[in-house]
Design a protein around this ligand. Structure first.
Ligand code: MFK
Length: 559
C-alpha cells in the first residue's frame, strides 16, 4: 500500500509576500517614509512567521486559568496566563504597535505605519491584538479627556519599553448585554473630588490581566440612560499585585479567542478615577470604541489575508484528480473571489485609518470628520462579515483537513466569528450609521466626496466602472431621501442593507482610485470585477415588507 501524506501549508515573510500591502503603501506614502518603515515591516513580517508565530501557538495551547483561592483558602483571584502570552505583551511594546500612533513621527500618516504593524502582527498574536486595541482606545480617551492625574497612565499605555508598557481593559458589557450600554447599572459613589468607588458587575471583560481599565458607571443620583453615565479609570491591582475590591467570578468558555482571558467581574467598592467630567458617558466613551472599531476592521482584513495566504499556498501543494488544486479552474476562481473580497475590505479599512490619522493630527477638515464618523461603523461591520465569509471559505479550501483542530485551520473561523459581535454587532452598527447621518449630516458629505473622487479618474478602461459606481451613489441617495420621509421603522428595517451598500460603493471607489493611480493589472481587474457586482442591494422597509418579515418569523404554531 502506498503511503499517502499531505504537505502542510507554509507561510513566507508576511510583508514580502503581501503584494496588496506593499502596493497600498507605495500608493499612499511618500518615498522617504516608505524607505524608513520598509525595513521595520520586513523584519516584523519575518518575526510573525518565526518567534511571534511560535508564541501565538504556545499561548493558544495554554489558555488562561482562573485561580480563585490559594492553597490556604485565601481569595486571590489570580488569572494565570502562559509565559508566551506575557512575552507577546513585551513584543507588542518593543514593536511599538500602539506607541507609533502617539509618537506621530510621520504626522497623520503615522496611523498607516501603526496599523500596518498591527495588520502583520494580529494573525500570529493569539489575539494579543485585543488588549492592544483597548489600550489604544484608552490612550486616545486619556489624550482627549484626561488631566494631569492620568498623564502617567497615558505614558505607560503608549510606551515602547516592555518594562514600562501597560495594557488597558474596556469594561462596557453588563448582564443586560453588550449593545445597550445606556442601561449600565454599576454605581459610582464619590469618595473625594474625582475619586470614586464602583459597585456592580461586568459580564464580559476582555484581557482582565491588564493593569488598568476604562469603564462606565452611574454616579449616585444621576439620571437613567447613556447621558447619566460617566467614564472611570480603574487601576486594577495594589502594589502586592492583589485586585483592589474586584472579584473574578469566572472566566468565559468561548468559541474562539481562547488565549485571551475574558472574565465576569464583581466590583465591590473598586477605587476608580472619574475622567472627562460627570455625565454624557456614552458619548465620551465613543472616543475609545471608535478606535477599537478601527482595530477590528484592520484585524478583520489581517485575518482574511492570513486565511488566503494559507489556502493559496496549500493549493500549490495539494494534488487531487491528477493535478494541483491551483490548476483547477474552479478552485482558482474561489481563491480569486477571496482575494477580491480582501482587496475591497483592505482599502476600506485603511481609508478609515487615514481619516483617523488626519483627525488626530488636527488636519482633518469638517467633511473629513463627518466621513470618519460615518465610515467607522460601515468599515467595522462590513469587514467583519467579509472576514467570516473568507475564513469559512478557507476552511473549506482545505477539505477535511480544514475541519481538524490540529491543523490550526479551524481557528481561523473561530477567531473570525467574534469580529461581528464585539465592538458592536452588525445590526447595532447599521443603526449607528443612521445615527451618523442624522446627527452629523454625513450622507451628503459622503456623496459629494465620492462624486468628486470619481470625477478625477483618468483611465479610459475604468469608465464603465466609474459609471456603475455613480449609478449606485445615485440609488443610495434616492433611497435615503425615501427613507427619511418614511419614518424610523422603514429606516431601521433597511439599515443593514443600506450600510452594506455604502461599504461596497466606498470600496468600489477606492479600488478604482488605486487602479487609476499606480495600480498594476491585478488592481485594474479587481476594480472592474468589484464594480460589475451589484453594489447597492437596498431593502425597502415599508409596511408591506415589514408585515412579510413578521409573517416569516412568526412561530410555526401560530401560522
Ligand atoms: C482586534 C480587535 C479587538 C477589539 C477589542 C474588543 C474587546 C472589547 C470587547 C467589548 O468591549 S465589546 C462591547 C462593545 N460595546 C459596544 O461597542 C457598544 C455597542 N452599542 C452601541 O454602540 C450603541 O449604539 C450605543 C451604546 C452607542 C447606543 O447607546 P445610546 O445611549 O442609545 O446612545 P445615543 O443616545 O444614541 O448616543 C449617545 C451619544 O453618543 C450621542 O451624542 P449626542 O447626544 O451628542 O448626539 C451619540 O451621537 C454619541 N455616539 C454614539 N455612538 C457614537 C457616538 N459618537 C461618536 N461615535 C459613535 N460611534
Amino acid at each position: 500500500m502506498s503511503e499517502f501524506t499531505q504537505e502542510e501549508p507554509r507561510l513566507g515573510n508576511q510583508y514580502d509576500d503581501d503584494g496588496l500591502l506593499r502596493a497600498y503603501l507605495r500608493w499612499r506614502l511618500p518615498a522617504k517614509m516608505r524607505a524608513q518603515i520598509d525595513p521595520e515591516l520586513r523584519r516584523l513580517g519575518h518575526r510573525v512567521i518565526t518567534d511571534i508565530f511560535a508564541l501565538g501557538e504556545a499561548a493558544e495551547a495554554s489558555p488562561p486559568r482562573h485561580v480563585p483561592y490559594d492553597a490556604w483558602g485565601r481569595r486571590v483571584d489570580r488569572i494565570e496566563t502562559s509565559d508566551a502570552w506575557r512575552q507577546l505583551d513585551g513584543i507588542s511594546a518593543s514593536e511599538a504597535i500602539v506607541a507609533t500612533a502617539y509618537e506621530r513621527a510621520n504626522g497623520p500618516l503615522s496611523r498607516i505605519d501603526q496599523f500596518a504593524r498591527l495588520y502583520l502582527f494580529a494573525p500570529s498574536s493569539a489575539l494579543y491584538s485585543c488588549p492592544l486595541a483597548m489600550t489604544d482606545g484608552a490612550a486616545r480617551f486619556l489624550e482627549v479627556h484626561g488631566d494631569d492625574s492620568t498623564r502617567p497612565v497615558f505614558a505607560h499605555l503608549t510606551s515602547r519599553d516592555p518594562e514600562e508598557f501597560w495594557t488597558s481593559g474596556q469594561w462596557m458589557t453588563e448582564r443586560t448585554g453588550g449593545s445597550d450600554v445606556g442601561s449600565t447599572s454599576t454605581i459610582a459613589k464619590c469618595e473625594a473630588g474625582n475619586d470614586y468607588r464602583l459597585y456592580g458587575s461586568k459580564w464580559f471583560t476582555s484581557a482582565t490581566t491588564s493593569q488598568v481599565a476604562m469603564t462606565l458607571a452611574r454616579i449616585e443620583g444621576a439620571p437613567a440612560g447613556g447621558s447619566g453615565l460617566s467614564v472611570f479609570l480603574i487601576t486594577l491591582r495594589d502594589s502586592d499585585g492583589m485586585l483592589r475590591n474586584i472579584r473574578i467570578d469566572r472566566l468565559k468558555d468561548k468559541l474562539g479567542t481562547r488565549a485571551l482571558p475574558t472574565a465576569e467581574l464583581t466590583l465591590d467598592g473598586a477605587p476608580a478615577r472619574l475622567v472627562g467630567g460627570a455625565g454624557d458617558g456614552v458619548r465620551k466613551i465613543a472616543t475609545l470604541f471608535n478606535i477599537t472599531r478601527v482595530y477590528n476592521a484592520v484585524a478583520a482584513v489581517a485575518g482574511m489575508r492570513r486565511a488566503i495566504a494559507l489556502a493559496s499556498d496549500y493549493a500549490r501543494r495539494r494534488r487531487a484528480f491528477g493535478k494541483l488544486l491551483s490548476e483547477h479552474p474552479l478552485h482558482v476562481e474561489t481563491l480569486a473571489d477571496m482575494q477580491l473580497k480582501l482587496r475591497a475590505a483592505f482599502l476600506l479599512a485603511f481609508r478609515v485609518v487615514e481619516l483617523l490619522g488626519k483627525e488626530e493630527s488636527g488636519e482633518a477638515g469638517e467633511s473629513e470628520l463627518q466621513l470618519l464618523r460615518f465610515l467607522i461603523p460601515v468599515a467595522k461591520l462590513y469587514t467583519a462579515k467579509q472576514a467570516i465569509a473568507v475564513a469559512s471559505e478557507a476552511v473549506e479550501a482545505f477539505g477535511g483537513a480544514g475541519y481538524v483542530e490540529d491543523t490550526g485551520i479551524p481557528r481561523l473561523l473561530r477567531d473570525a466569528q467574534v469580529l461581528s459581535i464585539w465592538e458592536g454587532t452588525t445590526n447595532v452598527l447599521s443603526l449607528d450609521t443612521l445615527r451618523a447621518i442624522e446627527r452629523a449630516d454625513a450622507l451628503s458629505a459622503w456623496t459629494s466626496d465620492v462624486r468628486r473622487r470619481l470625477k478625477a479618474i483618468q483611465a479610459p478602461g475604468l469608465r464603465p466602472s466609474v459609471e456603475r459606481v455613480a449609478t449606485s451613489v445615485q440609488r443610495v441617495e434616492e433611497y435615503a431621501t425615501r427613507a427619511s420621509r418614511s419614518g424610523k421603522d422603514f429606516q431601521q428595517t433597511g439599515a443593514r442593507a443600506f450600510s452594506y451598500a455604502i461599504a461596497r460603493t466606498e470600496a468600489a471607489v477606492l479600488l478604482i482610485e488605486h487602479a487609476d493611480t499606480g495600480g498594476d493589472d491585478a488592481a485594474i481587474i479587481a476594480a472592474q470585477r468589484w464594480c460589475a457586482r451589484e453594489l447597492a442591494l437596498l431593502v425597502e422597509g415599508d409596511a408591506d415588507h415589514r408585515d412579510g418579515s413578521a409573517l416569516l418569523v412568526k412561530p410555526d404554531h401560530q401560522t
